[in-house]
Structure formats: C-alpha cells, structure tokens
Design a protein around this ligand. Sequence first.
Ligand code: SF4
Ligand code: FES
Length: 381
Amino acid sequence: MNAVTPQRTAAPAPVGLLAELTHRCPLRCPYCSNPLELDRRSKELDTATWQRVLTEAAELGVLHVHLSGGEPTARQDIVEITETCAKLGLYSNLITSGVGGALDKLQALYDVGLDHVQLSVQGVDAQNAEKIGGLKNAQPQKMAFAEKVVALGLPLTLNSVIHRGNIHEVEGFIDLAVTMGAKRLEVAHTQYYGWAYVNRAALMPNKAEVDRSIRIVEAARERLKGQLVIDLVVPDYYAKYPKACAGGWGRKLMNVTPQGKVLPCHAAETIPNLEFWYVTEHSLSDIWTNAPAFTAYRGTDWMQEPCRSCDRREKDWGGCRCQALALAGDAAATDPACSLSPLHAKVRALAAEEAAENPPDYVYRTIGSNVRSPLKEEIPL
Ligand code: SF4
Ligand code: FES
C-alpha cells in the first residue's frame, strides 16, 4: 500500500440507467435485490415521466437502459417505454423473468426496437427452479419465452443467481444456455443485500461448493470459446477483494425506483441519513451531479483506512457501501468482504457457520409483508 493523499474524483457521465419500472413480479425469489419495502402500483411513475427521464438520460450521456423491476412487462406501457429508448438511441436491455405476460409482449417489443433480453433462470430442474422462484409452472413459460427470443434473432443472456439451493446445477445452467442458444450466461453468486441478506443463512453455500462451481465455469469458458460468454460473479464473503459495487459509487450507474427516487445502487436506501432526490423534483443531470446521496461516497475522499491508502482504491472503490453498513455498522468502512478489512475473518467464519447449518425456509419476497431482517441482532460484527 502507498500512502497517497486521495484526490476528489469528478463525476464522469453515467453509462447505464437501471429503470425499475415496477416492483410487481409474479416470482418471489428469496434473493431479490429490490428493497424489503416494495413500491405499490399506485405510486409508480406514469409513462410521460419515464419518457422524460429517458430523454434526460440520453442527454446526460447514458448509453444503456436496463428495463427492470420487479417484472418490467407487468407495466402496460412497456412497449411505449421501449420505443422511446429506441428513438433516443439508447440501447435497451429487458431484464425479465419471462413469465406472466412477458411472452405476449415480446413480438411488440421486438418490433419497436428492443436490443437485448436478459432472462432469469432460478434453476435447471423445473421443480427446484419453481421452489426457488416461488411460482408453479414458471419453467415451461421461461423455456417458451427463451425460444421466441432466439427465434426473433434477439441476443439472449441467461442470468442464474447461484446459492446453496442450486449450486449443484452450475453445469446444468451452462448446458441450458447452450441448448437455448444464449450468447451469454451470468453465473452470479448471490450478493447479500436486500432480500438475500434476510435469507443469507438459507442461501449461503460452503467454500468447497463455491470453489467447485468456479472450476466448472473456468473449464466451460475454455470449451465454449466463441460460442458462449460466461460472466462469473464470485461470492463476496469468500473473495479476496470486493468487487467495485455498481461500478463504483456514483460513477457509472443510476437506479430509478418505480416511484422515481434515484439511487446510486440497488440497496442504497438501507443506508440511514442519505438524502435521495426524485425525478419528479429534479432533473437527472442535477441528481447525478449534486444529489447528496450521489456525492456521499463518490471518489475517495470519504474513505477510511485501509482503503484510504490502498493501491486498489480506484479499482474497487472500497467495495460495497451497503455491505459495509450491514456488516460493519458503518457505510464508510472498508467492505468486510475485503481480506484487508479487520472484520474479514469474522465474515468468513460467519459464512462457513451458516453454510454448515441446515438451511432455514426461504422468506419469499412479497409486497407489503413488512419483513424485518432476522439477522439484525448479529450486526455489526
Ligand atoms: Fe483496498 Fe479498500 Fe479495496 Fe480492500 S476494499 S482492496 S482495502 S481499496
Ligand atoms: Fe449499495 Fe453495493 S449494494 S454499494
């Protein structure tokens, strides 16, 4: 580590906008990244406001729009919103569960210029997948949806969130992606915030399983070069260094919630005393540059040791603020997923302990259940 005085980093233009169009979703995944208190339909932004937000995003320099949720096709105006992206020259990525009305809307989405589809798959075995997603008969709907995506010639990415309930299926996810004709597969080990934090003990795999899954992915990457790209997100609790969460706070991404609150990352609302601005009251450009929630952890000025003098501080930007809060009780602390954090050994031990116990039942994602984390009494570490 070099002792260098950190410099304030200017805000670069955001590359991506995550448009959480709705929190409504037919699935109830126990690792959902949506907040525990989900927005109700009556609070959702209307079509004209989303179109204005997208226009402002394009002006700001955003290149990619991720149409997400919840399930974005639950919005009646998903086709109009997608068409707006196309007209503005924004690359649109539909992040979908492929169930409910998704298939019925796919042709119209293609016709107005949808660029890419990212389909979630909860498991390979239908029974297991439907247990994880909490919805019967979901798997055949997903398969039919994927088939149509590929038939239309749209690039398809499969997203599999990995945890102890499906880590034995990593080979199967790879075979499924090849069979479906996907261009890309995300093997994304669960990140423990949002609903996944509540369900951490039910989801945490053990280290041997994690290592095996990484070996399988590495071998498949070699074997399938030129046919399938596999992105691997390793589980934070077992990593040496954390990832640059959201690409670094306030550096690459804006996340607009269904009711128009703008967040630097999915879970930012878990950090107390952050002031979030709404698209109904401020322009996107003003929010990006000046909103207190965005400036709070942008750059390196806010860092404490060991991040403050670490060579990697502009690579991973100190890891995840939300995880630092959840585990260390301080959002400005070094992410305890980092091996240089004084809390790292405790995090490792906690993961090993939870993975060794019988998994509790899932707490399924639902609107209005007023769920509170059963882990609260264990933190900070
Ligand atoms: Fe360095 Fe902080 Fe990143 Fe750890 S989290 S590698 S201490 S910058
Ligand atoms: Fe908020 Fe990582 S989820 S910074």
